[in-house]
Write a protein that binds this ligand. Structure first.
Ligand SMILES: NC(=O)c1ccc[n+]([C@@H]2O[C@H](COP(=O)([O-])OP(=O)(O)OC[C@H]3O[C@@H](n4cnc5c(N)ncnc54)[C@H](OP(=O)(O)O)[C@@H]3O)[C@@H](O)[C@H]2O)c1
Length: 347
């Protein structure tokens, strides 16, 4: 359990931020509620009595320094991260505290690795981008599937979502990423990101029962193409999305997530199915759960807990699989995630 330490949550009143605030409280941490809109902050503080709200602007470094005063770590839930990540990482480095974000923006995640690697390492601190459903979970699963392999020919991460009702932040991040790519698509092949205009293939993926075979969109590229190759020698990293969820996301009038339980989770279910191949051998692991936004909270908070209790393997800008004991991390989330490791695929 947390130690009563303060953990700052930037974007605390957003959809994901609220899950993170609740998860921190459940685990004995004291969230500091950070955001740019005073009215929304006050409304959240009223709903969360006893918590301190601090208004900040990413354009005002002094406001960020004040907001992080007394925080043991910061979790950035405010996207688009193309705007928020760099100022928050800078502030975390000035404060000498770990930084964790939930960014699913490939280019923003690349920037975090590129711009802050040396300074984070020199400071001996952890900067952990994409510590959420996309990016973080896939990397933990690939790292777990790899086992004692240090390299593989390819890694495949298939997202079996029952639906995808996106938040405003997801849609805004998608627009920003699309603009940064000049409308082009991106994939990870030959050990690097490649921008292209090819049509995305539709194929069938056999998810573990009970989901079974599903139509998926191939090269539906997610943040795992940044996190996985950041520490594993895998030249081909491919991600796939159920066609139904991809259609939900690109709908001209997408539905927002609707809460169906007391935690605020939606009815959305997911299976993340990972296959890694090396030579003729194949290894596979999958995880199932409910609500991709809600699951991001235990992922981010478990990460913060491990960092603050010294259960880390390295410092600098890192991904989850590099800094944590991946199988142990996933086991710790057993109340949120059902893991499936088929015995017959251990090569
Ligand atoms: N990797 C993953 O799997 C994963 C999981 C969950 C979320 N995410 C990402 O996290 C981000 C937030 O998602 P969400 O579901 O929480 O969306 P949301 O409910 O729309 O919340 C977005 C939050 O970000 C804040 N924000 C946006 N730009 C800001 C800025 N420049 N300065 C300060 N605050 C800013 C918003 O504040 P205002 O209301 O004041 O605009 C709001 O609090 C999105 O980028 C999403 O893609 C990724």
């Amino acid at each position: 359990m947390g130690s009563g330490q303060n953990v700052a949550v930037f974007g605390a009143y957003g959809h994901t931020g609220r899950f993170v605030v609740a998860e921190l409280r459940e685990r004995g941490y004291v969230p500091l509620l950070l955001g740019r809109d005073q009215d929304k902050l006050l409304a959240l503080a009223q709903a969360q009595p006893g918590l301190e709200a601090r208004q900040v602007s990413v354009d005002d470094p002094a406001s960020l320094d004040r907001a992080l005063n007394g925080a043991a770590a910061v979790i950035n839930c405010a996207g688009p991260f193309a705007t928020t990540a760099a100022p928050l990482v800078e502030a975390a480095l000035r404060a000498g505290i770990p930084y964790v974000d939930v960014a699913a923006e490939i280019e923003a995640n690349v920037d975090t690795f590129a711009h802050f690697a040396e300074r984070a390492r020199a400071a001996g601190t952890v900067v952990l981008p994409a510590m959420a459903f996309y990016g973080g979970l896939g990397d933990l699963l690939v790292t777990t599937a790899m086992g004692d392999w240090t390299a593989a020919d390819e890694a495949h991460i298939a997202y079996g979502l029952s639906s995808w009702h996106p938040t405003t932040g997801t849609l805004a991040s998608g627009v920003v990423s699309g603009q940064r790519r000049g409308g082009r698509r991106v994939r990870y092949t030959g050990g690097r990101l490649e921008y292209h205009d090819d049509a995305l293939p539709t194929l069938e993926w056999s998810f573990p029962a009970p989901l079974g075979p599903q139509s998926v969109i191939g090269e539906f590229t997610m943040a795992d193409v940044v996190t996985v190759p950041s520490h594993l020698a895998v030249p081909e990293v491919r991600t796939y999305m159920t066609a139904k969820a991809a259609a939900d996301l690109s709908s001209p009038d997408p539905l927002a997530p609707a809460a169906v339980d007391e935690r605020g989770r939606s009815a959305q279910t997911f299976v993340v199915d990972v296959i890694v191949r090396s030579g003729g051998a194949e290894r596979r692991v999958s995880a199932a759960g409910q609500d991709i936004y809600a699951i991001s909270a235990p992922l981010a908070v478990e990460a913060v807990d491990r960092i603050l209790t010294g259960r880390t393997r390295t410092t600098g800008v890192v991904s989850a699989g590099a800094v944590f004991d991946a199988p142990d991390f996933l086991r710790a989330l057993s109340s949120h995630l059902s893991l499936h490791v088929p015995v017959d695929t251990r090569g």
